[in-house]
Design a binder for this molecule. Structure first.
Ligand code: IMP
Ligand code: MG
Length: 176
């Protein structure tokens, strides 16, 4: 058990399992994108650890960048966005991979995909470390998925609870 911001969290996925999964995803991406020179964009802040490990494990050299879409306050989605780092113009004509920490309602993903479409990339796919099941209501398919998790609040491996806990090396879930 671990206390963060006055709430108790317990281990959900140990860090070594996450790392194994990241290596598996990196292998799939390496195979699918060989020769396509993708532009790989991490969604800050939550994807920072997953993004670093995923990109480091690719078997080709790549161009990377970051975007920042913030939609979250506390332990539930607000549905409103603050875009503090927009999609770069240079996605036009490129194969783009958006790297997320977690997809919950899919609202962030929908907004990113709409904004991306207006810049006419050659293709856009999503890689996410975690997905909660309700996203399947969303029309955008997610190609690279680490783990499907229950609809509960998690922290660690980049994910925060009001700014805290991102550095934890395991994925931890809010204890009931
Ligand atoms: P969505 O727009 O509802 O899909 O939410 C996506 C964003 O909300 C993610 O990029 C996270 O930053 C945040 N988020 C969603 N679920 C969790 C969670 O369980 N813990 C921490 N952050 C979360
Ligand atoms: Mg967040």
């Amino acid at each position: 058990m671990m206390e963060v911001n006055g709430k108790q969290f317990k281990e959900l996925i140990p860090g070594d399992e996450v790392q194994e999964k990241i290596n598996f995803l990196a292998k799939s991406i390496s195979e699918e994108y060989k020769g396509l020179d993708p532009l790989i964009l991490g969604v800050l802040n939550g994807s920072y650890l997953f993004f670093a490990e995923l990109t480091k494990a690719l078997d080709f050299e790549a161009q990377i960048g970051f975007i920042r879409y913030q939609s979250y306050a506390g332990t539930s989605s607000t549905g409103e966005f603050k875009i503090t780092l927009p999609l770069p113009e240079e996605i036009r004509g490129r194969h783009v991979i958006i790297v997320e920490d977690i997809i919950d309602t899919g609202a962030t993903l929908k907004k990113i995909m709409e904004d991306a479409a207006s810049l006419q990339p050659a293709s856009v796919e999503i890689a996410t470390m975690l997905i909660k099941p309700k996203v399947f209501r969303n029309k955008y398919p997610v190609k690279f998925i680490g783990f499907e998790i229950p609809d509960k609040f998690v922290i660690g491996y980049g994910l925060d609870y009001d700014g805290r806990g991102r550095n934890l090396g395991d994925i931890m879930v809010l204890a009931d």
